[in-house]
Design a protein around this ligand. Structure first.
Ligand SMILES: Cc1cc2nc3c(=O)[nH]c(=O)nc-3n(C[C@H](O)[C@H](O)[C@H](O)COP(=O)(O)OP(=O)(O)OC[C@H]3O[C@@H](n4cnc5c(N)ncnc54)[C@H](O)[C@@H]3O)c2cc1C
Length: 515
């Protein structure tokens, strides 16, 4: 039998996407020695290096590639994240959370949503966050690891990390090189294509070097050196749905106890993020350049930071959209090379991870298989569109009336798929089948509830319970959560006691190889 296994994989790019790909691929191929993994990056072309708030899936990624979470936290100075707090989105002074957990607990076999909707309709329920432990812990700036022990009350919820993207990439770099990834430093000057098939065959590097490969992973950032530069795959622009096109980012000194949430604060022409790291705070302003100049955005960001700035703000332009195919010929793209969605729900790292799952789950043989590629491309696109819709929902439901940027967002057309989801929820309290993966129903519910949208429908089983009893059940649930929050330690104390940053952050110890 012929051996159709791929023998060489070449990754282009050493940012977050490149080193995540390297770590996942060497985890797959490191021991069997049949397939080599090479990563090429140019020391002259920088990485995005914006700080990264992650989703709980990132912890699954660490487990997948066998990295110890506590070690990574300590060496990269990371902190914990229980939720995103949306401030001002539902009007000045408003705040609601998008937590990484379900809302409330089912009662008498019917999901909490139905009980809450009825109780809210009759004025006997608090905002939905009061029934979510992780939201309330985030509100109080506290953190505890879910124990599963009923006595602790911290039964079950998910959490994520706030990361310094630069340090995490260096951590994954050291780990990958030790595990067997060949690291080449050099600038790709040209991409060679096979005259007959159009496949990429080799990369020409500076210093008259060449790297050949069978499968190429394009992690070269938004320019998409291989997927676009060489293969002209095409890009679908989504700016008409998500109009922000720049981010200003600035690190600052720590001036307050670290919150256990990412703060997303609505601003004149976009929104600002605040997230804590153990060694500094991260601040950003994602904005629409038609509504504010770069200078004004940078000045706004500098004024808003709680601590003294550690560097001048820098502006990162982006173009929201998706590469038409994540997989074209023998090139698979990840990270900014595959598209860009603004960091409103921290999906950048997650989408790299999801892309890697698509790749490894449908890993090619050395002979072409168009049906396999098309299947992956379709699934990936549907996934991105679902996440895009979730992001658009934030803007569509905003309640900042009288502000040009926000008025425009409320009145702007939305994708048909989102219009259908919204209608379905309003009439039935249900979610489209795409919500089975990510973002899940609890995330959509958090948004609708946060913006004060209630469905017409709740399950009729709720009417079997007298209203006074319904109110009492909810009151007890909120009181139980408040008592756990009161007993839980602050996020700052938790970090200090369990995973304080190590003084010398991770260093890239392994040297690049010469080719
Ligand atoms: C403002 C902002 C905030 C963000 N916040 C979050 C967040 O909170 N959470 C989240 O999950 N994601 C976030 N992201 C997204 C996340 O950071 C992405 O993973 C990142 O933007 C893309 O990284 P990348 O590795 O694809 O590309 P890059 O970081 O651009 O790296 C590209 C690499 O390709 C190499 N390269 C390019 N050209 C060549 C060449 N010719 N030869 C050799 N090498 C080359 C470069 O040297 C570099 O190593 C954010 C992004 C931005 C812009």
């Amino acid at each position: 039998m012929a051996d159709h296994r791929i023998k060489s994989v070449v990754i282009v790019g050493g940012g977050t996407a490149g080193w995540m790909a390297a770590a996942a691929l060497i985890d797959r191929f490191g021991t069997q020695k049949h397939t080599t993994v090479t990563l090429v990056e140019s020391p002259d072309i920088g990485t995005v290096d914006a700080d990264e708030a992650t989703l709980p899936h990132f912890r699954e990624f660490l487990k997948w590639i066998k990295i110890n979470e506590v070690d990574l936290i300590q060496r990269t100075s990371a902190t914990f994240k229980l939720a995103i707090g949306f401030e001002g989105w539902a009007g000045e002074g408003s705040r609601f959370f998008h937590p990484f957990s379900e809302h409330g607990m089912p009662l008498l076999g019917t999901s909490f949503q139905h009980w809450w909707v009825k109780a809210r309709q009759i004025g006997k329920a608090e905002p939905i966050d009061r029934y979510v432990l992780s939201s309330e812990l985030a509100r109080a700036g506290k953190f505890g690891v879910p124990t599963g022990d009923p006595a602790s009350g911290c039964l079950f919820f998910h959490y994520a990390l706030h990361c310094d993207a630069h340090l995490v990439a260096r951590y994954l770099q050291s780990w990958s090189i030790l595990a067997g990834v060949r690291h080449v430093q050099g600038k790709v000057l040209d991409v060679k294509l096979d005259g007959a098939t159009g496949d990429v065959t080799a990369l020409r590097l500076d210093g008259d070097r060449e790297i050949q490969g069978e499968l190429f992973i394009d992690c070269s950032g938004s320019r998409g050196l291989l997927i676009e530069g060489a293969l002209k795959t095409g890009y679908d622009d989504w700016t008409h749905w998500l109009p922000c096109d720049r981010a200003a980012a600035m690190p600052s000194e720590i001036a307050e106890p670290p919150p256990s949430q990412t703060r997303s604060i609505a601003s004149r022409a976009g929104w600002q993020w605040r997230m804590p790291l153990q060694h500094r705070a991260s601040n950003g302003y994602v904005f629409c350049s038609r509504h504010i100049s770069e200078d004004e955005a940078m000045a706004t960001l500098s004024r808003a930071a709680a601590g003294r700035s550690l560097a001048e703000p820098r502006v990162l332009p982006f173009r929201t959209g998706i590469r038409r195919k994540i997989w074209n010929r023998n090139v698979f793209c990840l990270g900014a090379a595959s598209g860009f969605l603004e960091p409103l729900e921290s999906t950048g790292v997650y989408l790299v991870q999801r892309g890697l799952q698509f790749l490894l789950g449908s890993f090619p043989q050395s002979r072409p298989n168009l049906a396999l590629q098309e299947n992956v491309n379709r699934a990936n696109r549907e996934h991105w569109e679902h996440i895009r819709d979730f992001l658009v929902l934030h803007y569509k439901l905003n309640k900042r009336e009288g502000e040009p940027f926000w008025d425009e967002c409320r009145h702007r057309d939305i994708p048909e798929s989102l219009a259908e989801s919204m209608e379905l929820f309003r009439r039935t309290g249900r979610f489209t089948p795409q919500a089975t993966e990510f973002f899940r129903p609890s995330s959509w519910l958090a948004l609708y509830a946060g913006f004060g949208i209630l469905p017409d429908y709740y399950h009729p089983a709720v009417d079997d319970v007298p209203e006074e009893q319904l109110a009492l059940e909810l009151e007890n649930m909120a009181a139980g959560i408040a008592s756990v929050v009161a007993r839980t330690t602050s996020h700052e104390q938790f970090l200090r006691a369990n995973c304080p940053a190590k003084p010398a952050p991770v260093a890239a110890s392994a040297a690049a190889v010469a080719v």
